[in-house]
Write a protein that binds this ligand. Structure first.
Ligand code: PGA
Length: 239
C-alpha cells in the first residue's frame, strides 16, 4: 500500500482548508492500493480533522517540538498533534532544516517525540544541487539518515522521505534513474523502512514515480493544494 502525503505548508485560510479537505473526503474512498494523509498548517489541523473524521483519509502535522510541554513559545508538541487525532508528523523537512537551522540531531529529537506520542514520524532527507553536482549526494544522505533517525525508530513508527532539495517546488523532478538509485541506496541503509519520494510530484508524473522499485509513496507539496490533482496522484498508485 502506497502512502500519499500532502504537505500543505503555510497555505490556506479556514475556508480553503475546509473546502479542500471536504472535496478529498468525498472523492477518496478506502483503497487497498494507497493511504492518503493530509498535513495542514498547524492552526488548521483541528478544522481539517473535523472534516476528515470518519473518512478514508488520515491527517498529520508538519513539524513538532522535542518536548511534550513547557515554555516554548510558538511551538507545537507531538502530544498536541496526537490529541487532534493526527497519525503522522513530518520532521526535518528541508524548509525547516534550512529556514529554521534545524540540525539532524534536532530532527532525531523531534522524531523521538513523535514516537513518544504514538505518531508515525516522516523523516525527510535530501541533498542540495551543489552537493549533488559535487558528487556528494550519497554521503550527505547517509549522514542525514545516521543522525536524524533516533533509536526509537522502527519500520512501523517511521517513514523516510527522500526529497532532493533542488526538486522541491521547482517543477524539476529527479530522473527515474536518480530516484531508483537513491531509494535503493537509502533502503540499504535503513532496511525495512518505507521510503517516500518528494519533489515536484504531480498527477502527470506520479504513476511513473510510484512504480519505481523501493518507492513506497510520495510526499507532495504544491500539487496537494488542488483536490482533484491530489486525488489523481493517489489514484495513480492503483493502476
Ligand atoms: P513540492 O514540495 O511537491 O511542491 O515540490 C514537496 C515538499 O516540499 O514536500
Amino acid at each position: 500500500m502506497k502512502l500519499i502525503v500532502g504537505n500543505w505548508k503555510m497555505n490556506g485560510l479556514t475556508a480553503d482548508c475546509r473546502d479542500r479537505a471536504g472535496q478529498l473526503a468525498a472523492a477518496v474512498k478506502s483503497s487497498p492500493s494507497f493511504q492518503m494523509v493530509l498535513c495542514p498548517p498547524m492552526p488548521m489541523v483541528g478544522v481539517v480533522a473535523d472534516i476528515l473524521k470518519g473518512s478514508a483519509i488520515q491527517w498529520g502535522g508538519q513539524d513538532c517540538h522535542e518536548q511534550s510541554s513547557g515554555a516554548f513559545t510558538g511551538d507545537t508538541s507531538a502530544e498536541m498533534l496526537k490529541d487532534l487525532g493526527c497519525g503522522y508528523v513530518i520532521v526535518g523537512h528541508s524548509e525547516r532544516r534550512q529556514g529554521h537551522k534545524e540540525t539532524s540531531e534536532t530532527v532525531a529529537g523531534k522524531a523521538k517525540a513523535a514516537h513518544r506520542a504514538g505518531l508515525i514520524a516522516i523523516i525527510c532527507v535530501g541533498e542540495t544541487d551543489e552537493e549533488r553536482t559535487a558528487g556528494r549526494a550519497d554521503q550527505v544522505i547517509s549522514g542525514q539518515l545516521k543522525l536524524s533517525i533516533p533509536e526509537t525508530a522502527t519500520p512501523e513508527n517511521t517513514v523516510i522521505a527522500y526529497e532532493p532539495i533542488w526538486a522541491i517546488g521547482t517543477g524539476k523532478t529527479a530522473s527515474d534513474n536518480d530516484i531508483s538509485y537513491m531509494h535503493s541506496f537509502i533502503q540499504k541503509e535503513v532496511k525495512d523502512f518505507r521510503i517516500l519520494y518528494g519533489g515536484s510530484v504531480k498527477s502527470s508524473n506520479a504513476k511513473k514515480i510510484l512504480h519505481i522499485f523501493h518507492v513506497d509513496g510520495v510526499l507532495v507539496g504544491g500539487a496537494s493544494l488542488k483536490a482533484d490533482e491530489f486525488a489523481a496522484i493517489a489514484e495513480s498508485a492503483g493502476n
